[in-house]
Design a protein around this ligand. Structure first.
Ligand code: PLP
Length: 327
């Protein structure tokens, strides 16, 4: 990676005027370069944030006010629901809806996720296009390789760039992409005033990640399609979810089998998060409680050899259902 400018402040020009970069919380060169690259991919103006959650917070603060109703897709990233509940104390009404159908009429802001993590449903774009409210689409899992939400009719595209966009589990980063100049300015002001800015190093990870995004995500998708097919045929697997795009799969085993599977894989790391070149798996019940089935496992498929991944998964699954879990 080329050298990263980590300055937090830059000298004014000869007339004592601020140049393009004056203070890091406003903007910095690596952030600007990464925003230009992501914006070009999605056909809009990108802004980086310190995390996906910071981008979520910025959207709510920028576009809602006390009394606003936010309709959140059921089964979307559980942390988004937690963040909205936290912000509800400031006068927000939060309702959930099934994003495979039309959103509630009265929503001022409709929040969809394409596809939802971990239930992997997709939004009904036709219904969204005719909805009068502001539409925010969290496209973390589809990435611009499979979806440009602004082309589909969303007003704001949002990413946890911590995941596929940076792609190596080594940067915490969020992003929004908009086309409307006033919305971009509103998000920029909220980022600046609430201190939600991204670091230069995380922005550098995004610049690096974007150079291989398409390669990584296409390979992860091909492997995920194959693994989902084979999972569907395994006797220990009760249900498989994969939308046909992206490297994220969720599948259910018997309630008490999830812990055994996640702790039995060796190539596939037992850890949280998703979107890395390294595969990972975890039971989501530990974080989300009864919102998800006890036996639900979320598998983020990396770029390893698909036969090796299947051998690892199959050996772990073969342990489920055998007496006392021994195999
Ligand atoms: N959106 C989705 C779909 C996610 O999966 C996550 C994190 O898992 C977030 C947003 C939040 O992003 P971050 O962890 O970068 O704050």
């Amino acid at each position: 990676m080329s050298s990263v400018d980590r300055a937090t402040a830059w000298p004014y020009d000869e007339q004592g005027e601020a140049r393009e970069f004056a203070y890091q919380r406003n903007a910095h060169p690596t952030g600007k370069a990464a925003e230009d690259a992501l914006g070009a991919l999605e056909g809009g103006d990108a802004l980086l944030f310190g995390s996906g959650t910071a981008a979520v917070t910025a959207c709510i603060v920028a576009f809602c006010e006390p009394g606003s109703t936010v309709a959140l897709a059921e089964g979307a990233y559980y942390g988004t629901g937690v963040t909205l509940t936290e912000l509800a104390r400031w006068g927000l009404n939060v309702i959930e809806f099934d994003q495979t159908g039309p959103p509630p009429e009265k929503a001022d802001l409709v929040w969809v996720e394409a596809p939802a993590n971990p239930f992997l449903t997709l939004p009904d774009w036709e219904a969204l296009r005719t909805h009068p409210g502001l539409v925010v689409c969290d496209a973390t899992v589809s990435t611009p390789v499979f979806l440009r939400p602004l082309d589909e009719g969303a007003d704001v595209s949002l990413h946890s760039a911590t995941k596929y966009l940076t792609g190596h589990h080594d940067a915490l980063l969020g992003a929004t992409v908009t086309r409307d100049a006033a919305r971009r300015e509103r998000l920029y002001q909220v980022r600046l005033r609430l201190g939600l800015s991204a670091s230069p190093d995380a922005a550098a990870s995004l610049l690096r990640g974007l150079t291989t995004l398409e390669l990584r995500v296409r390979r992860q998708t091909d492997s995920a399609i194959e693994l989902a097919r084979r999972l569907g045929g395994h006797p220990a697997v009760l249900r498989v979810r994969h939308p046909g795009i992206g490297g994220l799969i969720s599948f259910d085993v018997a309630d008490d089998g999830a812990r055994l599977v996640e702790t039995s894989t060796t190539i596939i790391a037992n850890m949280t998060s998703l979107g890395s070149v390294r595969s990972s798996i975890e039971s989501r019940h530990r974080w989300e409680g009864d919102r998800v089935p006890r036996g639900l496992l979320r598998l983020s498929v990396g770029v390893e050899d698909v036969e090796e991944l299947w051998a690892d998964l199959a050996a772990a699954l073969d342990r489920v259902g055998s007496p006392a879990g021994e195999a």
